[in-house]
Design a protein around this ligand. Structure first.
Ligand SMILES: Cc1ncc(C[n+]2csc(CCOP(=O)(O)OP(=O)(O)O)c2C)c(N)n1
Ligand code: SF4
Ligand SMILES: [Mg+2]
Length: 310
């Protein structure tokens, strides 16, 4: 049974006065991470909105020891941190329980710039948790396109809409044969929390990715952030699943879509709610854009079916 939001622990690692936009999805997701991981954790971040939100010592507003590391190095730095802690423990120089090491990285730092080090850490099955908060762009530097930006979305580097499909990063990571992988949504906070707890209780390389609808980059009203998160899941633009030792389990409504018990909603409303798609949806290409998105979703579901059959 999924943990109810009212039963989430009261612990807060995100303090008042942080520098994120009000209602920032990345920061909301990080709050849930703190509730799941508790105080005994070390967080590594690469340049991103989350780093910019921390603020300056001694008033940093995320209540974890945080290392702000170079963009390409999340995988190797977290692996090094974990080996160092293990070594200290073996030498008797670390008292108490070993802290949990996790990375909190944007899509730019995961899909693109940090991919090499991440892939290497996954292949070595290094013992840490990588969490990607995916706001589908390089938001902190003014919303440039990333490998996670969906086709047709306008960014500052794709002003008329991105021409190519995004990477399927969760499936790429699954192909590294890692012990635990999950996708999550802010519309299902209890499900996200439960997946974080599973990852915390597992060993080896664990990967979790949460969709983080950024209203400044996606251009929608801030109060619609959870609504957009839910629409993404209901139309299949964001698919919810987890894989333990390669065995995939789906979270509803994705499970129903995969099993053919229900069909995803049309992506029309999801797309229309976001200003980043307005150029692509203008004029006679509107139906073509919507159909193309629906057909990509059908392809992604088909890929998941193939993985679940293996
Ligand atoms: C090697 C390097 N290239 C570029 C930058 C500039 N930079 C800082 S934050 C950022 C965007 C990061 O995007 P993402 O990882 O998706 O996080 P978000 O800003 O969306 O939270 C960029 C390009 C940098 N700091 N280092
Ligand atoms: S730009 Fe987006 S991701 Fe960055 S702090 Fe603001 S709402 Fe959060
Ligand atoms: Mg980003």
């Amino acid at each position: 049974m999924t943990t109810a939001i009212k039963n989430l622990p009261r612990d807060e690692i995100v303090m008042a006065g942080n520098g994120a936009c009000g209602g920032c999805p990345a920061t909301a997701a990080l709050r849930i991470v703190g509730k799941a991981f508790g105080p005994n954790a070390i967080c590594l971040m690469t340049p991103s909105c989350s780093v910019a939100s921390i603020g300056l010592l001694p008033k940093s507003s995320f209540n974890y020891p945080i290392l702000n590391i170079c963009f390409a190095a999340a995988g190797s730095s977290a692996a090094g941190m974990e080996y160092a802690l293990e070594s200290l423990q073996k030498k008797g120089r670390l008292s108490g329980e070993k802290p949990l090491v996790f990375t909190w990285i944007g899509d730019g730092g995961t899909y693109d710039i940090g991919f090499q080090a991440l892939s290497a850490a996954a292949e070595r099955n290094d013992d840490f948790i990588h969490i990607c908060y995916n706001n589908e762009a390089y938001s902190n530097t003014g919303v440039q396109r990333s490998g996670a930006t969906p086709r047709f979305a306008a960014t500052t580097t794709t002003p008329t809409g991105k021409q190519v499909e995004k990477k399927n990063m969760p499936l790429l990571m699954l192909d590294h044969h890692i012990p635990y992988l999950a996708t999550a949504s802010l519309a299902n906070p209890g499900d996200f929390y439960d997946k974080l707890i599973k990852a915390k209780n597992s060993k080896g390389f664990r990967y979790i990715e949460i969709l983080a609808p950024c209203y400044t980059g996606w251009k929608f009203a801030a109060e619609d952030m959870i609504n957009i998160s839910r629409k993404a899941v209901n139309c299949g633009a964001w698919l919810l699943f987890e894989a333990e030792n390669g065995k995939i389990e789906f979270t509803n409504p994705t499970r129903k879509f995969v099993e053919g018990a229900a069909s995803p909603e049309s992506p029309a409303e999801y797309l229309s709610m976001q200003g980043r798609f307005s150029a692509a949806l203008k004029g006679e290409n509107r139906d073509q854009v919507i159909n193309s998105m629906a057909s990509q979703i059908a392809d992604d579901l088909q890929s998941l079916r193939r993985y679940s059959a293996n």
